[in-house]
Ligand binder design. Structure first.
Ligand code: NAD
Length: 455
C-alpha cells in the first residue's frame, strides 16, 4: 500500500498490506495470547499501558511528524492530539482497577451474589484517520486493560501512525499475541467482518458503520459504532462578548480543517447579534494561516482525502445556487495538495446540503434565527445525534435548549471537546454504544453473575 503526503502528493512509503491469510494467522495468535493475558492482574496489564504512555511522550517529535506527514494535520495540532490523548492513560491509571473489580452483594441467610467483569475475548478495532490517537486509545487501551486481545486496523490514511503505535505498545511490554496491527483499506476491513471476533469496535462514517452492523449482526457479538455528525452550535443574544463567541465558534468549526467528528458543522445566531457575530467570525477566519502543515504557524493544513474536495465544492455550489451568500473561500487552492480555502456561507437554510450533510472540512453555514424555539427546531432537524452546543450567559435558558437535543453530548459555552471522564456516544446515525468513562471500559467486558451460598 502506497502512503502519500496529502499536502504535497509525495510518496511517503510503501508498506505491506495484510491478506486474508495473514489476518487469519494473526487472529489465531491473538486467540492464544488472550488466554494468558486475561489471567494477568489488572495492575500488570495497566503497567504496560502506563509504560506505553511514557514512550509516546518520549517519542512525540517523531510521532507528530509522522501524523502530520500522512494526514496533513498542522504540526501543532499533531502535538496537541498526542499530548491530549494521554489523559486516557491517566484515566485508566486512576480508575481501571476499581471498575474491573468484582461487585459483591451480600444477601440474606448466607447467600451471596457478585458481578464479574470478564473480557469479551479477541476484539476488532476498525479505526478512522482524523484523530488516530484519540479514537484509537478510546478503544484499544481500554480493551487491553480489560483483558482482551486486539486486532487494530488503523485507517489506510493513518497507517504509519498505526504501525508506530504498535511498535511502542510492543516496546512497553504488550505481547505480540495480544495486539496486532492489521494493515490495509476497506478490503481487509471487510475480511475482518467475515472473521470470528468476539466484538467489533468501529470509528468512521455512517455508511461504513451501517454496513458493518448489517454484516456482523448474525454473529450476535457486541458491535459499537462511533460515527459522524452534523453538530449544531447556537449563539444566544445574551452572550457576554460576541467577539469571544465568534472566535470560539470559528475554532470549533475549523480546528483540524473541520475534520473532527464533533466539529461545529452549522451555526445558528440570534438575530439581535447576528451581524456583529458574522463580522467577528469573518475577521477571525480571514486571519488563519493556511499552508504547509509542517510549519508551526499553520492553522489550516491540507485535507487528508482528495475525494473530500469534490464534496465540499458540491456543497458550496448547491448552497449558492439556492441563494446562499459566499462570504469567504469556496474552492480548492491552486497547486499541489488537498487544500480547500476556509469557507463561510451565510443566508443558508435547511434546503441546502451544507446544513444537512456532514461536511468534514473547512466550511461552515451560518443561519440567522428569531428565537430559541426556532433554533431548537433547526438544531434538531438532522439524522445525526453526536453533539450540540449553546453559547449563552443565562444557564437556565441554555439548558432548556440542551435538554431538547437528542445527542450523546451537549456543551454550554464550549464545543468540539471530548473527555475521558464522561461517556462518548452518538445517537441515531451518529452511532451505537459508548466509549470512555466507566461505560467505556465496561464496553469491553461481559458480565457474569455468580450466586453462592455458604453451607
Ligand atoms: P470510513 O468509514 O471511510 O473508514 C473508517 C474505517 O473503516 C477505515 O479503517 C476503513 O478502511 C474501514 N472500512 C472501509 N470499508 C470497510 C468495510 N467494508 N468493512 C470494514 N471496514 C471498512 O471513515 P473515515 O473517513 O476513516 O472517517 C471519517 C468519519 O469518521 C467521519 O464521518 C467522522 O465523523 C467519523 N468519526 C467519528 C468519530 C466518533 O467518535 N464519533 C471519531 C472520528 C471520526
Amino acid at each position: 500500500m502506497n502512503i502519500y503526503n496529502p499536502s504535497n502528493e509525495q510518496l511517503l512509503k510503501s508498506i505491506q498490506e495484510d491478506s486474508a491469510q495473514s489476518l487469519q494467522d494473526k487472529l489465531h495468535q491473538l486467540r492464544q495470547g488472550q488466554i494468558q493475558w486475561e489471567q494477568k492482574a489488572v495492575a500488570d496489564r495497566l503497567e504496560c499501558i502506563l509504560k506505553f504512555g511514557e514512550l509516546v511522550q518520549e517519542n512525540i517529535d517523531d510521532l507528530a511528524r509522522i501524523l502530520t506527514s500522512e494526514t496533513g494535520k498542522p504540526i501543532q495540532q499533531s502535538y496537541n492530539e498526542i499530548r491530549g490523548a494521554h489523559n486516557r492513560v491517566e484515566h485508566l491509571k486512576n480508575n481501571a482497577e476499581k471498575w474491573l473489580a468484582d461487585n459483591v452483594i451480600e444477601g440474606l441467610e448466607g447467600t451471596y451474589e457478585k458481578i464479574m467483569h470478564e473480557p469479551l475475548g479477541v476484539v476488532a478495532n476498525i479505526s478512522a484517520w482524523n484523530f488516530p490517537y484519540n479514537v484509537g486509545y478510546n478503544v484499544f487501551l481500554y480493551a487491553l486493560v480489560a483483558g482482551n486481545s486486539v486486532a487494530y486496523k488503523p485507517s489506510e490514511f493513518a497507517a504509519l501512525t498505526g504501525l508506530a503505535i504498535t511498535d511502542l505498545l510492543y516496546k512497553a511490554g504488550i505481547p505480540k499475541d495480544v495486539f496486532q496491527c492489521i494493515v490495509g483499506d476497506g478490503t481487509i476491513g471487510q475480511a475482518m467482518l467475515e472473521a470470528d471476533f468476539e466484538g467489533y469496535f468501529f470509528t468512521g462514517s455512517y455508511p461504513t458503520g451501517l454496513h458493518i452492523l448489517k454484516e456482523v449482526s448474525p454473529k450476535m457479538v457486541p458491535v459499537q459504532l462511533e460515527l459522524g455528525g452534523k453538530d449544531p452550535l447556537y449563539i444566544m443574544d445574551d452572550v457576554k462578548e460576541v467577539k469571544v463567541a465568534a472566535i470560539n465558534a470559528a475554532e470549533g468549526a475549523f480546528y483540524n480543517n473541520g475534520q473532527s467528528c464533533c466539529a461545529v458543522e452549522r451555526i445558528y445566531v440570534h438575530e439581535k447579534i447576528y451581524n456583529e457575530f458574522v463580522e467577528y467570525f469573518l475577521e477571525e477566519v480571514e486571519g488563519y494561516v493556511i499552508g504547509d502543515p509542517v510549519s508551526e504557524k499553520t492553522f489550516i493544513g491540507s485535507l487528508t482525502r482528495k475525494g473530500q474536495l469534490n464534496l465540499l465544492r458540491n456543497q458550496v455550489n448547491d448552497a449558492t445556487s439556492k441563494g446562499a451568500k459566499l462570504l469567504l473561500g469556496g474552492d480548492e487552492l491552486a497547486g499541489k495538495g488537498n487544500f480547500f480555502a476556509p469557507t463561510i456561507l451565510t443566508e443558508v437554510n435547511h434546503e441546502m446540503l451544507v446544513m444537512k450533510e456532514e461536511s468534514f472540512g473547512p466550511i461552515i453555514g451560518i443561519q440567522k434565527v428569531n428565537n430559541d424555539e426556532e433554533a431548537i427546531a433547526l438544531m434538531k432537524d438532522t439524522e445525526y445525534g453526536l453533539t450540540a452546543a449553546v453559547f449563552a450567559t443565562a444557564q437556565q435558558r441554555a439548558e432548556k435548549v440542551l435538554k431538547a437535543m437528542n445527542t450523546g453530548t451537549v456543551y454550554w459555552n464550549c464545543c468540539d471537546r471530548v473527555s475521558p471522564n464522561v461517556p462518548w456516544s452518538g445517537r441515531n446515525k451518529s452511532g451505537v454504544g459508548a466509549t470512555l468513562s466507566s461505560q467505556g471500559i465496561r464496553a469491553f467486558t461481559q458480565p457474569k453473575a455468580y450466586h453462592w451460598r455458604e453451607v
